[in-house]
Design a binder for this molecule. Structure first.
Ligand code: CU
Length: 283
């Protein structure tokens, strides 16, 4: 019986692996351009940091799948084999030393196996490598302001595009902003965050970055984007009535294009603190 159940568990596991594997491939293709309707998996990574997060996620997914299938098989086995009808005279067993040692040691080993890559990732994400550029993101009710202190110290606001403007520009609804955060490819970008009024959070799923923007405090995180493109994120800390309407748009471009943009931005946003919001884009 046990052997047969073991074979059954293994078959189930292999089948589940094949299904998940196929789904992951299809989703990776579908998600290449950002979030898509009915998407199940994570967005395709644009940083090494996010690739590592996806790897850890997949690793833990296999472990929980195996545990769930194993526990379900045990439950079915007990319900079928040891119900009152099938097993009218139960044994009076109360202890089994081998079993007790196993069901303590195996879960501990599983947790250690998860903890090692998990802590490695945590420290990889937490320790900021020498940064090539620093950007300050200030969360405000309800938009983001950015400062480029080491590129001329210009500052600008990024407000959500109105639905009709987003549609005209072919930008996803509720994710596009009038001004973009522009960063060079393959450069370490340090993001410093703070909140001007309440707690916000600066997050870009494809970069694996999410950091609270707290009033009176500076938080910092980093990313190093490895492909060009436009990436979207949202404020990820409930901050008020228009929390859902303060998206983040980051453009990853070549170093040449970035230098060009900085030159333009220094003129465009010359007046420090000058608001760049357009009244008709606030709705
Ligand atoms: Cu917010």
């Amino acid at each position: 019986m046990i052997r047969r159940l073991g074979a059954l568990t293994l078959t189930g596991l292999v089948a589940a692996m094949m299904v998940f594997g196929g789904m992951a491939d299809a989703l990776a293709q579908a998600a290449a351009q950002g979030p898509v309707p009915w998407q199940l998996g994570l967005q395709e990574a644009a940083t090494d940091r996010m690739s590592r997060i996806i790897d850890l996620h997949n690793f833990v997914l296999w472990i929980i799948t195996a545990i769930c299938i194993f526990v379900l098989a045990l439950l079915v086995w007990i319900a079928v084999r040891y119900n009152a009808k099938a097993n009218p005279t139960p044994t009076a067993t109360t202890h089994n030393t081998t079993l007790e040692v196993l069901w303590t040691v195996i879960p501990v080993a599983i947790l250690v196996a998860i903890a090692i890559p998990s802590f490695r990732l945590l420290y990889y994400s937490d320790v900021i490598p020498p940064a090539d550029i620093t950007i300050k993101a200030i969360g405000k009710q309800w938009y983001w302001s950015y400062e480029y202190p080491d590129n001329g110290n210009f500052t600008f606001d990024a407000l959500m595009l109105a639905d009709r403007v987003a549609a005209q520009q072919g930008v996803p609804r509720l994710l596009g902003t009038n001004n973009h955060v522009v960063v060079p490819i393959n450069k370490t970008v340090r993001i410093i965050t703070t909140g001007a009024d309440v707690i916000h959070a600066w997050a870009i799923p494809a970069f694996g970055v999410k950091i609270d923007a707290v009033p009176g405090k500076l938080n910092q995180t980093w990313f190093n984007a490895n492909r060009e493109g436009t990436f979207y994120g949202e404020c990820s800390e409930l901050c008020g009535a228009r929390h859902a309407f303060m998206p983040i748009t980051v453009e990853v471009v070549s170093q040449e294009r970035f230098d060009q943009w900085v030159a333009e931005a220094r003129t465009k946003f010359a007046t420090v603190g000058a608001p760049t919001r357009l009244a008709d884009e606030r709705r």
